[in-house]
Design a protein around this ligand. Structure first.
Ligand SMILES: Nc1ncnc2c1ncn2[C@@H]1O[C@H](COP(=O)(O)OP(=O)(O)OP(=O)(O)O)[C@@H](O)[C@H]1O
Ligand SMILES: [Mg+2]
Length: 206
């Protein structure tokens, strides 16, 4: 049994991977589920946390072990040392990709709701996870996000009180080939959840 939960790391000649005996396949063997990483990306206010939370309720009710890694929550803990420069946003995403990989390896249905504005960092996460990576583009128009403004951030950003705000003063690179595109300006939260559940079911995760 191979175990490579840290694949993608920079090599260091003094650090030697210890191959562990109980791996993801072994964990699948004693469980009634198979892990995936559901990676939500989109502008602030697009609905990532709202939909991921609603999906997780659904998974939990179905008796599946899940974990939602939410951008704001992870920034309050593990990534509390990071800001919003391009470098720090990339590091924020690099770390959560590795955390998601550990949860995936633990055979947990893992949801990630981070803006994750850069295509390259999302692609790196995809490569780290492999075929169980499901990219969900929460494609809400900027005007709709700004109208919702659930945290009052757009008002502050327009007043110049938040530097490097995604969509205003920091770029957002939309995904080119996401597994799912959600149009929350014309689909309800429940409809979005059902579309994700349908894909999970079709792929044998549910
Ligand atoms: N169809 C919909 N799907 C998702 N959210 C919706 C929908 N319609 C309205 N909303 C509202 O839009 C807001 C989305 O906010 P949410 O915090 O989920 O965004 P987010 O993408 O997590 O933003 P951030 O990147 O700042 O964390 C919520 O207030 C939610 O109630
Ligand atoms: Mg959120």
């Amino acid at each position: 049994m191979g175990m490579d939960a840290g694949a993608g790391e920079k090599p260091n000649e003094n650090v030697v991977r210890h191959n562990l005996t109980v791996d993801r396949q072994a964990r699948i063997g004693i469980s009634r589920q198979r892990s995936a990483v559901l990676w939500f990306t989109g502008l602030s206010g697009s609905g990532k946390s709202t939909i991921a939370n609603a999906l997780e309720i659904r998974l939990h009710q179905a008796g599946r072990l899940s974990y939602l890694l939410d951008g704001d929550n992870v920034r309050l803990g593990l990534n509390a040392d990071l800001g919003f420069s391009e470098h720090d946003r990339k590091e924020n995403n690099r770390r959560v990709a590795h955390v998601a990989r550990l949860f995936w390896d633990a055979n947990v249905l893992t949801l990630v709701s981070f803006i994750s504005p850069f295509r390259h960092e999302r692609e790196t996460a995809r490569q780290l996870i492999g075929p169980d990576f499901i990219e969900i583009f929460v494609d809400t128009p900027m005007a709709e996000c700004e109208k919702r403004d659930p945290k009052g951030l757009y008002v502050k950003a327009r007043k110049g009180e938040i530097a490097q705000f995604t969509g205003i003063s920091s770029p957002y690179e939309p995904p080119e080939n996401p597994e799912i595109v959600l149009h929350t300006d014309r689909e309800s939260v429940a409809e979005s959840v059902e579309r994700i559940v349908a894909l999970l079911t079709a792929r044998g995760y549910l």
